[in-house]
Design a protein around this ligand. Structure first.
Ligand SMILES: Nc1ncnc2c1ncn2[C@@H]1O[C@H](COP(=O)(O)OP(=O)(O)OP(=O)(O)O)[C@@H](O)[C@H]1O
Ligand SMILES: [Mg+2]
Length: 275
């Protein structure tokens, strides 16, 4: 059972595209997977709008269960089946109710119980988050096994990773990894600059906790934008096979890393991909 949280404090780095496709990759591997959309903007949920969700609204099942029903006995009614082995708990603007006051405090108690409940039925919980340091993100990180931070080709995405790690590196439970996305393979100078920035900014964090730089990556392709108009993942269409393969490689690498780290005799320093 894995809880994988995709996050970055930088907007538009590909968290949603990556998480919903990696989730679908895991479902395609016959692993029961649920996608938890913790973004009030609900981009991932809107992705399924038109097919599984119609019409889209701003309601959030989590807000409803936590704040109105005060239990999750009726959770199953809120789970949307989007693909074989792939379910969704929709996000929505109502999630913002948790940002302040007593709701924020009760979320801290309720959310881990809710995750424990989901764990009984799924092999993976994939979480998508908003580019904002809020109560939803902090609690998602606290329950996760792996935090995956997508970085694009910009320096800002690495700065934001450093900032997030400074805020959350002390949370002991999850391991941390970086996944490159929107990679233009011919932009070799950008790649070199990006590598040295990662090395420089995160080098002194090694002693605190390693951050694994995944070997897999996802190329920049207009197909990803096309898929968003069609409300499809890379696995739904034949002509996005290459993109689907890249997301599958990411999913396999994350699961492999989690399995490796779960063995007590395996030392993180032996991993070539550890930063
Ligand atoms: N591999 C890719 N190649 C080209 N464009 C991509 C790729 N991945 C994502 N995009 C596009 O980049 C934009 C941002 O992607 P996405 O919404 O996944 O990022 P995000 O980090 O979730 O954004 P936000 O911070 O707003 O939640 C979208 O237009 C998406 O279609
Ligand atoms: Mg997003």
């Amino acid at each position: 059972m894995s809880i994988i949280c995709f996050t970055s404090l930088k907007g538009g780095v590909g968290k949603t595209s990556m998480s919903l496709n990696v989730g679908h990759a895991l479902a395609k591997m016959q692993q029961k997977t649920i996608f938890l959309d913790l973004d009030p903007a609900a981009h991932a949920s809107r992705y399924f709008q038109g097919s599984e969700i119609k019409p889209f609204n701003t309601e959030s099942p989590l807000a409803h269960l936590f704040l109105k029903e005060k239990n999750f006995n009726n959770l199953k009614e809120h789970i949307i089946h989007v693909r074989t082995n792939y379910d969704l708990i929709k996000g929505g603007a109502e999630l913002r109710h948790f940002y302040w006051g007593r709701s924020a405090t009760s979320f801290k108690t309720f959310f881990p119980q809710f995750i424990e409940y989901l764990k009984q039925s799924y092999d993976n919980i994939v979480v998508d988050t908003a580019p904002d340091f809020n109560v939803l993100l902090r609690n998602a990180i606290a329950v996760s096994n792996m935090v995956v931070v997508p970085i694009d080709s910009s320096a800002m995405s690495i700065d934001c990773l450093e900032e997030l790690f400074n805020y959350c590196g002390h949370i002991t439970k999850p391991d941390w990894s970086i996944i490159r996305t929107m990679v233009n393979s011919s932009a070799t100078q950008v790649r070199t600059l990006s590598n040295s920035s990662i090395e420089q900014k995160l080098h002194n964090k090694r002693d605190e906790k390693p951050i694994y730089l995944l070997n897999s990556f996802v190329n920049r392709t207009e197909n990803q934008n096309r898929l968003s108009f069609l409300h499809r993942t890379a696995f739904d269409l034949k002509d996005t096979k290459k993109l689907a393969e890249q997301y599958s490689a990411v999913a396999l690498e994350i699961k492999g890393l989690l399995a490796y780290l779960a063995e007590p005799e395996n030392d993180a320093e032996n991993l070539s991909l550890a930063m």
